[in-house]
Design a protein around this ligand. Structure first.
Ligand code: PMP
Length: 401
């Protein structure tokens, strides 16, 4: 018999498992609102035009080789990525005190940042929001950090528990790491206002807490790359240190290319150089060096002003379609007179709406209406279309009635 005979069947991933269940359902009316991937109004995955153009340029380049990248990835991509998140005019970039490495999308960048901190930073506790993206606690625990939660979401208002957040960060040990969603908080769609960000910044700096930004939705939330990076830029503008993990999965639609970056903003270029040298020691035994194709696409787009502008237009188009789905779903529930206050559908930001539906209601909607979503009541607005909104509204109406 097999040497693995005693291995237990592992449960499906709570998020990716939704798609597994969806794929098994033969119903023609089924809708997948589980996975965080953009779909067109026709329900189809989208490859951006600008990505196709960049790939064409890369294919036509006769010097396109398949040699290994350096451990830190494509240098040009790293520079452009730092510029994208911190701003072209960022003093930290000008002063050469940002260490940037290419990562395996957002997940890999978070993991490398987490492991670097576990090896070299004095306070090995990271505070993450309650709730947060389900992968965060696992990524940071396996990085070697101790994971604690700070209050974030208030189910009563379906908004930010700002008081609880400040209280929990106030009582964190000095130097503790704090994971912050740069924009479009997943799964709640609830972001602090700029005034609240400023208060968070003051509190964190006064206590010496270390910000670790997760930026998975830059430009995808509001349609503006600059607006969605404001939180991060506030923390860099004060001259303090921070980490930022970037993903190009959503904003360039490069999901499966696994392209992202980790930047560590330091106080001096001397420190940044040493930090980079240690990041290489984290990466080398983990996956040696990152893949070349996705980073080449991103660099091609970011360095060419024509392609860059075209990207911002396509990005805004995706963001606007999601925002219009919020309006359509809200209107459809209003029209049905569905009990409850649904204004949070309009207020929440980014790819997801945290509906407030409980796991029983979610199970009911899946069973009776073939609507697939995570059991916490999160729906991906990007998976909706004008055609499927009425069906979803019927399901929600039946679930809460
Ligand atoms: N952080 C958050 C908050 C996310 O929602 C996601 C995507 N689901 C990621 C990070 C990372 O995704 P990826 O590794 O595909 O870039």
């Amino acid at each position: 018999s097999s040497v693995f005979v005693n291995i237990l069947q592992a449960p499906e991933d709570p998020i990716l498992g939704v798609t597994v269940a969806y794929n098994k359902d033969p119903s023609p009316v089924k809708v997948n609102l589980g996975v965080g991937a953009y779909r067109t109004e026709e329900g189809k995955p989208l490859v951006l035009n600008v990505v196709r153009k960049a790939e064409q340029l890369l294919v036509n380049n006769p010097s396109g080789v398949k040699e290994y990248l350096p451990i830190t990835g494509l240098a040009e991509f790293n520079k452009l990525s730092a510029k994208l998140i911190f701003g072209a005019e960022s003093p930290a970039i000008r002063e050469n005190r940002v260490a940037t490495v290419q990562g395996l999308s957002g997940t890999g960048s978070l993991r490398v940042g987490g492991e670097f901190l576990a090896r070299h930073y004095f306070e090995r506790t990271i505070y993450i929001p309650q709730p947060t993206w389900g992968n965060h606690p696992k990524i940071f625990t396996l990085s070697g950090l101790a994971v604690k939660y700070y209050r974030y979401y208030d189910p009563a208002t379906r908004g930010l528990n700002f008081h609880g957040l400040l209280e929990d960060l106030s009582s964190a040990p000095p130097g503790a790491i704090v994971l912050l969603h740069a924009c479009a908080h997943n799964p709640t769609g609830v972001d602090p206002t700029l005034e609240q960000w400023e208060q968070i910044r003051q509190l964190m700096r006064s206590k010496g807490l270390l910000p670790f930004f997760d930026s998975a939705y830059q430009g995808f939330a509001s349609g503006s790359l600059d607006a969605d990076a404001q939180s991060v830029r506030m923390f860099v503008a004060d001259g303090g240190e921070c980490l930022a993990a970037q993903s190009y999965a959503k904003n360039m639609g490069l999901y499966g290319e696994r392209v992202g970056a980790l930047s560590i903003v330091c106080k001096s270029s001397d420190v940044a150089g040493r930090v980079e040298s240690q990041l290489k020691l984290v990466i080398r035994p983990m996956y040696s060096n990152p893949p070349i194709h996705g980073a080449s696409i991103v660099a091609t787009i970011l360095k060419n002003s024509e392609l860059y502008n075209e990207w911002t237009v396509e990005l805004k188009m995706m963001a606007d379609r999601i925002i219009s789905m919020r309006r359509q779903l809200f209107d459809a529930l209003s029209k049905r007179g569905t009990p409850g206050d649904w204004s949070h559908i309009l207020k929440q930001i980014g790819m997801f709406t945290f509906t407030g539906l409980n796991s029983d209601q979610v199970a009911f909607m899946t069973k009776e209406f073939h609507i697939y979503m995570t059991s916490d009541g999160r729906i991906s607005m990007a998976g909706l279309s004008s055609r499927t909104v009425p069906h979803l509204a019927d399901a929600i109406h039946a679930a809460v009635a």
